[in-house]
Write a protein that binds this ligand. Structure first.
Ligand code: HDE
Length: 709
């Protein structure tokens, strides 16, 4: 795919941040090769030698410069969230939020605030796979007129710990073990589960982590949460507690566990490729911005502490008000310069947004700038193009490694008389940031409030709110994770801890791992349910779903062309997969291009499978070992499957429908197929319109859980 550099795009679409980045962007295409100092070079393939078979000369400045730069190309990866992928876009508020906050970017619906978003996994190294079981980071930098505002969130609304001082312990437990650096990007090992057994405040977050939320189908299909409780403050100085949400317009959808492991091998870049391709093809990811608001005076009116980051505010109790939308519409020009060098910090706020005493948030306010000093090599990382504010920067901070700004003038201190005491502090009317004047009183203690001590009721709320399928997946996740734990004591302790969440859950966990279940397990007496927590209740859409179309020479032409046209019209992306890549011929001699072969494509990389008819084509697919496996895997992953005419033979060969009716030989095979949830078949090309419609509806459903495997 040829990409258009930023500076060649429609200027009407470019934001203030795009224009700022253009000043730093260089296009090397079509240019003469130079050194870093602008000297034109005649050769970069041969080092300078004493004789063509002789030693390389020290004098070869070009060799030395090229090699030295290369030797130092790597910077430390992030200590957490090392693997990430980012994109540019913009944010627009729906209506003025004046009543709640004076933040300027939340006032005028006509203003597009530029943003950069970085999605990430947490535990794995930079080169680890995208689809591992993990929390996903969802960090947004808003380049507002009042300075950068960073909302550094995750795709889960709670966290493993309540106090930031425990973060190094938690991260050491979850990362690969120190003695052998294993396992990579996985929580399935002794130290993490030891931590969980010893730190029961993690129970609620573990429920989320064991759910399918841990492997999103796409970054475009996951929620984002600010996690902490922040404050909105309005012009009058009145505050509301606020929690932030991102709601994906395409709904919240996940992969299935077996699929994630296969994808990790077949395409470790699965999620980043998905985001990149969606943006390149104009399917811009959209997220609505939501807030939950609680009045200051209602702080203590809940049966949980609203500052506790291991608690949600159930949406049914405190509704999410959707106040704006973010659209991601531009891929990066350079991954390192933008995605790797971006530096987020939850302490980057703008007037109208303030902190609370959430002890996890308080500690984060220290960590994020501190970590950049090592990662980005000094205190001037705010000058790196992607980190620059679009609001002007004026202060007396000077020098340091890699200083870019050339500050004019004699003074670099406050107060001064030589520069008329400038740069001068701004009044609040001039946009100066004023901290919320919260009254604080207390003794210095290393303690946590008693109101943080309930570690279980919301873990139970989460469990209660799951559908049966989601519950089954959570139980298998515990089986897998604890199954990899060597220490039997640790496994048992986890069962004991989760019997406080729900004894039936604990018994089910115990059953799969040879642990002792609670005696006479009973469901938890906590019966509260929050439907918003179940992914089953999320928005559903066929838009941007990927369908694998299987065909070979001799395919029935209308069955291919009409159905793929219907896909296109419905916003579905189709890949034509054949035995070989390249042109294939239809029954009547028309050629189409197979853009994937059975070697390059795999069922796990698609949302659905369609097999067109045509005797010769289907026979060729049946004669090859892979197509039946392809269909079978899609079937086992509950994906929509469809076939027309002879295409149904491939479905039957894959075992689709084998369990739908019995005995198989007594029934019409087509009827057996039609009885399988999410399987759509048509006898021939006579009703392709209604066939396509039914299949597209099945694709919108995403998975068909009622299927018997
Ligand atoms: Fe982070 N976290 N974190 N974190 N975090 C980092 O900062 C930290 C926490 C989150 O795409 C680091 O620049 C502490 C919660 C995201 O660049 C580091 C604590 C949430 C990203 C750091 C937390 C997050 C980070 C590593 C406990 C969700 C990636 C590199 C108090 C609300 C941002 C860096 C990106 C990154 C510290 C807990 C989200 C070390 C001390 C809770 C999305 O500063």
């Amino acid at each position: 795919m040829t990409r258009q550099p930023n500076d060649e795009r429609d200027p009407k679409q470019s934001t203030a941040k795009d224009r700022q980045l253009n000043d730093f962007t260089v296009d090397d295409r079509g240019q003469k090769l130079t050194t870093n100092h602008g000297l034109r070079l005649t050769d970069t393939e041969h080092s300078l030698k004493a004789g063509d078979r002789g030693p390389t000369l020290m004098e070869d400045f070009h060799f030395r410069e090229k090699m030295t730069h290369f030797d130092h190309e790597r910077i430390p990866e992030r200590v957490v969230h090392a693997r990430g992928f980012g994109a540019h876009g913009y944010f627009q508020v729906y209506e003025p939020m004046t009543k709640y906050t004076k933040a300027k970017f939340l006032q005028d619906p006509s203003v597009r605030t530029p943003v950069f978003v970085r999605f990430s996994t947490v535990a794995g190294s930079r080169g680890s796979a995208d689809t591992v079981r993990d929390v996903r980071g969802f960090a947004t930098k808003f380049y507002t007129e009042e300075g950068n505002y960073d909302l550094v969130g995750n795709n889960m609304p709670v966290f493993f710990i309540q106090d930031a001082i425990k973060f190094p312990d938690f991260v050491h437990a979850v990362k690969p073990e120190p003695h052998n650096e294993m396992p990579q990007a996985s929580t399935a090992h002794d130290t993490l589960w030891d931590f969980v057994g010893q730190n029961t405040e993690s129970a609620h977050m573990i429920m989320w982590a064991m759910s399918d939320r841990s492997f999103p189908r796409s970054y475009r299909m996951m929620e984002g949460f600010g996690v902490h409780t922040f404050r909105f403050v309005n012009e009058q100085g009145e505050a509301h507690f606020v929690k932030f949400h991102w709601k994906p317009v395409l709904g919240v959808h996940s992969l299935v566990w077996d699929e994630t492991q296969k994808v990790a091998g077949k395409d470790p870049d699965f999620n980043r490729r998905d985001l990149w391709e969606a943006i390149e093809s104009g399917n811009y990811p959209e997220f609505e911005f939501g807030v939950q608001l609680i009045k200051e005076e209602d702080e203590f009116n809940f049966d949980f502490d609203i500052l506790d980051p291991t608690k949600i505010w159930p949406e049914e109790l405190v509704p999410v008000k959707l106040i704006g939308k973010m659209t991601l519409n531009r891929n990066t020009d350079n991954f390192f310069a933008e995605t790797e060098q971006i530096a987020f910090h939850p302490g980057h706020v703008v007037p109208g947004i303030d902190f609370t005493n959430d002890p996890l948030l308080q500690g984060r306010l220290f960590s994020y700038t501190d970590t950049q000093l090592t990662r980005l090599g000094g205190p001037n990382f705010h000058e790196i193009p992607i980190n620059r504010s679009v609001a002007p920067v004026h202060n007396n901070q000077r020098d340091g490694m890699h200083r870019m700004t050339i500050n004019r003038g004699q003074t670099s201190y406050h107060k001064n008389s030589l520069s008329g005491n400038t740069p001068e502090p701004a009044s609040t009317a001039e946009g100066g940031y004023e901290h919320y004047t919260e009254k604080v009183e207390g003794r210095k203690v290393r303690q946590r409030s008693d109101s943080f001590k309930d570690h279980y009721s919301q873990a139970t709320l989460f469990w209660n709110s799951m559908s049966d399928v989601e519950k089954d997946h959570i139980v298998s996740a515990f089986h897998f994770e604890l199954g990899k734990v060597q220490s039997k004591e640790i496994r048992q302790r986890v069962v004991d801890v989760f019997s406080n969440v729900d004894e039936v859950l604990a018994a089910r966990i115990a059953e799969g791992i040879g642990a002792v279940p609670p005696a006479d397990p009973k469901p938890s007496p906590v019966t509260l349910v929050s439907p918003a927590l179940s992914m089953m209740n999320s928005a559903k859409s066929p838009l941007t779903r990927k369908v694998a179309v299987l065909a070979a020479d001799g395919f029935q032409e209308a069955e291919l062309s009409e159905v793929t046209k219907a896909f296109k019209d419905a916003g579905i992306v189709a890949d034509l997969i054949s035995i070989r890549q390249g042109p294939i011929k239809g029954q009547d001699g028309r050629e189409v291009e197979a853009n994937q072969s059975l070697l390059t494509a795999d069922s796990v990389l698609y949302d659905a499978v369609y097999v067109a008819g045509g005797r010769k084509s289907v026979d060729a697919l049946l004669a090859h070992p892979k197509p039946a496996v392809f269909v079978k895997e899609a079937f086992q992953h509950f994906k929509p499957i469809a076939a027309v005419g002879e295409g149904a033979d491939l479905l039957l060969a894959a075992g689709v429908g084998a369990k739908a009716v019995a005995p198989a030989d007594a029934v019409d095979p087509a009827a057996a197929l039609a009885a399988v949830p999410g399987v759509v078949v048509a006898q021939d090309a006579s009703a392709l319109g209604s066939f396509s419609e039914a299949f597209i509806a099945a694709i919108a459903e995403h998975r068909h859980w009622a299927r018997v495997l």
